[in-house]
Design a protein around this ligand. Structure first.
Ligand code: EPZ
Length: 417
């Protein structure tokens, strides 16, 4: 298995262009099963999760061709309604095919996603939405069997906010008979971009960017051409890399308006931030101040930047309190950061970070996608050399991260095992 070798303590400089969003692309790929024909997606990142979703679509009979940063998805000959265990167990987002398969073919057989490093991650709200729309759900041998001759519009009220359940409900409701409302819907930009693509396919959806979506079902949809929004989590990760190393960099091809909560916290921590249409310039301040964060659904502080921000707080002056409200177990990076001489204690879903003057390089191990990113950031700031094992986690969600960091002046090498 590959690992990263990082020599820390170097300043970064220059600019980095952000890739298309993984979490916007995955549901849109599934949505391409809804129309009959070839949809085209531009600005698609080269990531293992995208390759995995392409494989899931091919299993249903879709044809998926990829060239440069474009995907062509032709769902004309889709005929198999199953997302098998060996795929779903590797990537939870495979469950996104359930809504489209049920809406277009009246049936879907999807393996229960396994747990992962950040918790059990149930799918009860996905199933609640499908049942509300009239589907019969059976669970057998670890598979979800959903059937419904014709989905009927319904009132869907989610007890808590779920990005995935909102996406699946949307993709099922667009072809249901009649009108559907989704209350307590997720408002993440990735849901907005899914709504844009579904609308381009001919769906009738109102309430974009609000927590109440209204869908008027149509009888069929047409293939669409669309371009993926930039990855706000990748952009935030690079901003934190600059903050950690006391560097000035420019992040380009991004959407500053998708990062408001992070930018506010970076300003509070003493960084200088300048934004323009599609770029953010970050410059060091006089000192790095400890700041508290609570992760919450969009537009509040994103859970996907919690590990990276915690790394920044390791070097801040003072103590910071980090509360993780989305995933109960999303502190796997704490033990690894403490190996780098951080001073973090955890009590239930709250981490208390005591700022230290330096981190020191060591051998560490990645456990999940965003924890791996946090360890890379720590290595950039740590004194000496840091070796990070199991970096296949990071390849799931960051396109060419070591090349982008090298361009900014970091001393990071991928050692192929
Ligand atoms: C999406 O996951 C993202 N993944 C996650 O990013 C992100 O952390 C998460 O949203 C929250 O923003 C993709 O978009 C592919 P949820 P998702 O449903 O949809 C619970 C990354 O690093 N829940 O919003 O799976 C769930 O356990 C990944 O790129 C239920 O209880 O997240 C969690 O506690 C990690 N029942 C909370 O809701 C359900 O049926 C929010 O989960 C569904 C979710």
């Amino acid at each position: 298995m590959d690992r990263f070798l990082i020599k820390g303590g170097r300043k970064l400089s220059g600019s980095v262009a952000i890739s298309g969003s993984k979490n916007a692309t995955l549901p849109v790929m599934a949505a391409c099963l809804l129309p009959q024909g070839k949809s085209i997606l531009h600005n698609v990142p080269h990531l293992n999760d995208i390759k995995m979703m392409a494989h899931v679509l091919r299993v249903t009979g879709a044809r998926v061709d990829s060239y440069d940063h474009t995907l062509e998805i032709d769902s004309t000959h889709c005929s198999f309604f199953e997302a098998p265990y060996e795929l779903v167990s590797k990537m939870r987002a495979s469950i996104y095919v359930m809504g489209p398969l049920l809406a277009r073919f009246g049936q879907a057989k999807v393996s229960f996603p396994g747990g992962c490093a950040i918790g059990t991650r149930p799918v009860d709200m996905h199933l609640q939405a499908m049942e509300a729309l009239g589907a019969e759900i059976e669970i057998e041998h670890g598979y979800i069997l959903a059937r419904c001759k014709k989905l009927q519009g319904a009132e869907i009220n989610f007890d808590k906010i779920s990005v995935g359940a909102t996406a699946n409900a949307l993709m099922a409701a667009v072809l249901a008979e009649g009108e559907t409302t989704i209350s307590n819907a997720a408002r993440e930009p990735e849901i907005g971009s899914l709504i844009d693509v579904l609308t381009a396919m001919g769906a009738q959806i109102t309430g974009r960017d609000t927590d109440r979506l209204f869908i008027r079902g149509v009888t069929s949809l047409q293939p669409a051409v669309s371009s993926m929004i930039p990855d706000r989590i990748e952009a935030g990760t690079f901003l934190i890399a600059a903050a950690l190393t006391g560097s000035e960099i420019t992040v380009t091809s991004c959407r500053p308006e998708h990062l408001t909560s992070l930018l506010e916290k970076l300003l509070e921590a003493g960084l200088n931030i300048t934004t323009a249409a599609d770029q953010i310039i970050i410059q060091p301040g006089s000192s790095l101040k400890a700041v508290d964060i609570v992760t919450l659904p969009y537009p509040e502080f994103p859970t996907d930047l919690q590990a990276q921000f915690m790394t920044l707080m390791c070097l801040a002056q003072g103590n910071s309190r980090i509360e993780e409200t989305i995933f109960p177990d999303r502190f796997m990076h704490v033990a690894e950061l403490n190996r780098l001489d951080a001073s973090i204690t955890v009590e239930k879903n709250i981490a208390l970070v005591k700022g230290v003057p330096n981190l020191s390089g060591a051998q560490v191990m990645a456990t999940d996608l965003r924890a791996s990113a946090a360890l890379v950031l720590a290595g950039l700031a740590a004194r000496g050399e840091t070796s990070i094992a199991r970096i296949y986690h990071i390849d799931r969600g960051y396109e060419d991260i070591e090349k982008k960091l090298q361009t900014l002046g970091a001393d990071i090498r991928r050692i192929r095992a």
